[in-house]
Write a protein that binds this ligand. Structure first.
Ligand code: SF4
Length: 384
């Protein structure tokens, strides 16, 4: 799509940004996208670590991470208030970002990136539930014009727009209705994509941003199994851009501790309220406790747009109680109540086995979801 063509194909973008809640709730993202503030990862690069983190053990690294997190939070607060300019931050040989890189290098040797906690040494070629060694694969990357309106363009930003989206192979869920199953679950059959290293990934993100992407959108499958490459790639980047984590939010608390200081805007999928549904349809044990914890952390640390895909026949067990939980616990979040579910992948192959979700949601189901959100005061997409 050519320069500014989003104005024709996405007429919802300008009204979305005119809605007072969009700018208010996405204010950090908005300012970073327009280069009025530095991205969080750039601030991390300017928080000095006195020692070389690559020589430390994991326990020492976590202690150092805790200390530097405090320094980072103070600096971020000053930057947000405008009492500290980015240029005043010093750059030293080793940084808070390096500590994070060193930590994920340890973590991947007993992988605990997500709450599967497989414990395998992916560096040595072992594979856990997500079937990935330490080699990261990208299936595609491009300017995505189908994302939520505020993510496709920010008025005032020059360039072609489109969320700068990077699709990683593999996932730590097994959703029976996955629309992206060719890259999340059946990639051995459909193609593994291209192997990337941190330097290549940094180059891809830089190109997307320089061409006018308002954000860099890490997605999959799920980006969690590729977290080590994503985080290390930031060492080779210096372009100012909001970083966006587009995920099922099943990552471990340890990985969340690392990510919250790097991610400017979160785009999580919050699928279920019921653990029974999560287990049956995504093979995700203990879903609600893990995913709600991670949403709370994300909400505390950044701007957030929650996606909730309405599943047919799952209003009473999932959609309605989940919207109530979000209204109570995540009041700053924008919510995209998604109506585009259709039977795909295993549901399409075996409709009798998954009878209850083998159809699209009805208009009545969608209207009930929207009415509940309205009643709860949730600001939901389309924001116009
Ligand atoms: S990312 Fe998750 S699923 Fe993959 S090996 Fe690590 S803990 Fe297991």
């Amino acid at each position: 799509m050519g320069w500014g063509m989003w104005r024709i194909y996405r007429p919802d973008i300008i009204p979305a940004w005119k809605h007072p809640e969009t700018k208010k709730r996405l204010s950090w993202y908005y300012q970073v996208a327009l280069n009025q503030k530095p991205a969080k990862y750039l601030i991390c690069k300017h928080i000095s670590a006195e020692t070389n983190p690559f020589r430390l053990g994991e326990e020492e690294l976590w202690a150092l991470h805790k200390d530097l997190k405090q320094k980072f939070s103070n600096a971020l607060e000053e930057v947000e208030k405008g009492s500290l300019s980015f240029n005043e931050l010093e750059k030293s040989e080793h940084s808070f970002l390096d500590v994070k890189v060193a930590l994920v290098k340890h973590m991947i040797t007993h992988c605990n990136f997500c709450e599967r906690r497989c414990g395998v040494n992916r560096e040595k070629g072992e594979r856990g539930f997500c079937r990935q060694t330490s080699q990261t694969y990208v299936s595609s990357w491009f300017h995505h014009f189908g994302e939520e309106a505020p993510l496709v363009s920010v008025p005032g930003l020059s360039g072609q727009g489109g969320s700068g989206t990077i699709f990683f192979i593999s996932c730590n869920f097994r959703c029976v209705f996955c629309q992206n199953y060719t890259i999340s679950q059946e990639y051995e059959r459909y193609g593994e994509g291209d192997p990337v290293d941190p330097q290549m990934l940094a180059k891809i993100a830089t190109i997307l941003r320089k061409e006018g992407a308002p954000n860099i959108n890490y997605v999959g499958g799920d980006p969690t199994p590729s977290a080590h490459t994503i985080i290390e790639s930031l060492r080779y980047m210096d372009v100012n851009t909001p970083l966006l984590w587009n995920s099922n939010m099943y990552c471990s608390q340890e990985l969340m501790e690392i990510l919250v200081d790097l991610i400017d805007i979160w785009l999580p999928d919050f699928k279920y309220f019921s653990d029974e549904c999560a287990q049956k349809l995504s093979n995700a044990p203990n879903y609600f406790q893990i995913v709600s914890r991670n949403h709370l952390m994300a909400h505390q640390h950044g701007d957030i747009i929650i996606r909730h895909l309405v599943l047919p026949n799952h209003l009473d067990c999932c959609t309605i109680p989940l919207l109530n939980w979000i209204a109570k616990n995540l009041p700053r979040a924008l919510v995209n109540i998604m109506q585009q579910y259709r039977p795909e992948y295993l549901v399409a192959r075996y409709p009798n086995r998954y009878k209850e979700i083998a159809r699209r949601p009805t208009r009545a189901e969608m209207e009930r979801a929207y009415a509940e959100a309205q009643k709860l005061g949730i600001v939901y997409e389309p924001v116009s």
